[in-house]
Design a protein around this ligand. Structure first.
Ligand code: PLP
Length: 433
């Protein structure tokens, strides 16, 4: 199978999709649909490939991709640091048992409360995103008579050619200190003078779902040049560089992302060459992939609820989830591979449009996708590469309870996230009667 499917994905003798050795028919029967099925072997393997491909570099998992206790425990066991971008993600990481010093705290608008939580927990690094935050953090650290260890988030002026909503490194971005406007220099000078801020490095994340190594190489060069220039012009010596995440993954057979090993080699060669040219000692480096760690590990199982063929027009296939468990098609026009999962079929393929059950025409699973022409109500379909930015962006739109997630490995199924029920939907509602 693999392509965009997890590494253990296979078909059994009856043509039923299996993940981690478990037929999806069994998973749907025992755990219901929609269901996120996480291939544990795949998830662990991607952590390992990252650590091998980036030997000598710290790898942090960007938990925004999927922040749930079990996933964080697995990446922690595989030796990854954890990047969090809110108090809630920080709380989840701490509950998961991740050591605070292995947590990196992000966010372009961290509240005072979130900064207090980060400082009190003792997170390893706080990535400061703005002048306001620098002052806020100085105050929080000062009140506690401590020093916060900080990276500055730099906006490096690199336009990664990816979807507009996931570009973050271009000058006019909402994140960080824009280098070309002199803001990063100003922030470095200010931070270096603040008594409760210990400025040790810089961070730049240029975007997400990036194919090719060039933007990452450019980012590496810009960051190292910056370190050398600050050393020479500002007298500020920094020893740490976080190059962000952003590596693209395969959602369909048409996607051809770079292998981690190639990406790692390209970055590390750039680091060596540039450091030598600039007379810089090699800094401590970190990368922080999210999507590339958890995305390919997971498939979503849905059951077909209705099939509506419109003569000469579209055949609409509705499933029992949709934009509440995967907003990506609606938000980014994203395409995920879809397959008939619960049986084999010899019927010829027919282009259909798979949609969710929400009251929005944009509630797409996949448009014009070839599925067997005998696709029928009750069939199970699987959607590939749904581990990243699906569960973490899930909602209760139309008051759909959020799905369960299970972890499968070597024929064993373990719950990862419990399915919500109607009680969960009204738990926070306050009755006026
Ligand atoms: C600061 C930061 N680091 C890392 C990531 C992870 O990106 P990806 O999931 O594309 O690897 C993001 C994603 O938006 C981010 O904002």
């Amino acid at each position: 199978m693999p392509g965009p499917w997890p590494i253990t994905a296979d078909r059994d003798a009856d043509g039923v999709l299996t993940i981690g050795g478990v037929p999806v028919t069994e998973l749907a029967r025992d755990h219901g649909t929609p269901l996120w099925v996480v291939d544990e072997a795949d998830l662990r393997e991607r952590c390992r490939r990252y650590r091998e491909g980036f030997a000598g570099v710290d790898v942090a998992y960007a938990s925004k991709a999927w922040c749930t206790v079990g996933v964080l425990q697995i990446v922690d066991e595989e030796g990854l640091y954890v990047d969090v971008a809110s108090g809630g993600e920080l709380h989840t990481a701490l509950i998961a048992g991740v050591a605070a010093e292995r947590i990196v705290m992000h966010g372009n608008n961290k509240s005072r409360t979130e900064l207090v939580e980060a400082v009190d927990a003792g997170v390893g690094r706080i990535v400061v995103d703005s002048f306001v935050e620098l002052e806020r953090l100085e105050a929080v650290a000062s009140e506690r008579s401590t020093r916060a260890t900080v990276w500055l988030r730099v906006t490096p002026g690199i336009d990664a050619h990816t979807h507009e909503y996931v570009r973050t490194g271009h000058d006019d971005a909402k994140f960080g200190f824009t280098l070309s406007l002199g803001l990063a220099d100003e922030a470095a000078r200010l931070a270096a003078d603040l008594p409760h801020i210990d400025l040790v490095g810089v961070h730049a994340h240029i975007g997400s779902q990036i194919f090719g190594t060039d933007p990452f190489i450019a980012n590496t060069e810009v960051m190292l040049d910056l370190l050398a220039r600050w050393r020479d012009e500002l007298g500020i010596t920094l020893t740490e560089v976080n190059l962000g995440g952003g590596m693209g993954i395969r959602y369909t057979h048409e996607d051809h992302p770079v292998e981690v090993a190639r990406y790692g080699r390209a970055v590390l060669e750039t680091v060596d060459e540039r450091c030598e040219a600039l007379g810089l000692p090699r800094p401590r480096l970190m990368v922080e992939p999210g999507r590339a760690i958890v995305g390919p590990s997971t498939v979503t199982l849905y059951e077909v609820g209705t099939v509506k063929p419109l003569t000469g027009l579209t055949t609409w296939v509705s499933v029992d989830g949709g934009m509440s468990d995967n907003i990506r098609p609606a938000l980014y026009d994203a395409e995920h591979e879809v397959t008939l999962a619960g049986r084999s079929s010899a019927a010829s393929p027919q282009a259909v449009t798979v949609v969710g059950k929400h009251c929005e025409s944009g509630d797409l699973v996949r448009e014009h996708v070839p599925l067997p022409s005998d696709l029928a109500v009750g069939d199970l379909i699987a959607v590939a590469a749904t581990g990243a930015y699906t569960a973490s962006m899930a909602s209760n739109y139309n008051r759909l309870p959020r799905p369960a997630a299970v972890l499968v490995r070597d024929g064993v199924v373990r719950p990862l996230v419990r399915r919500e029920g109607y009680d969960d939907l009204t738990r926070h509602d306050v009755s006026l009667r």
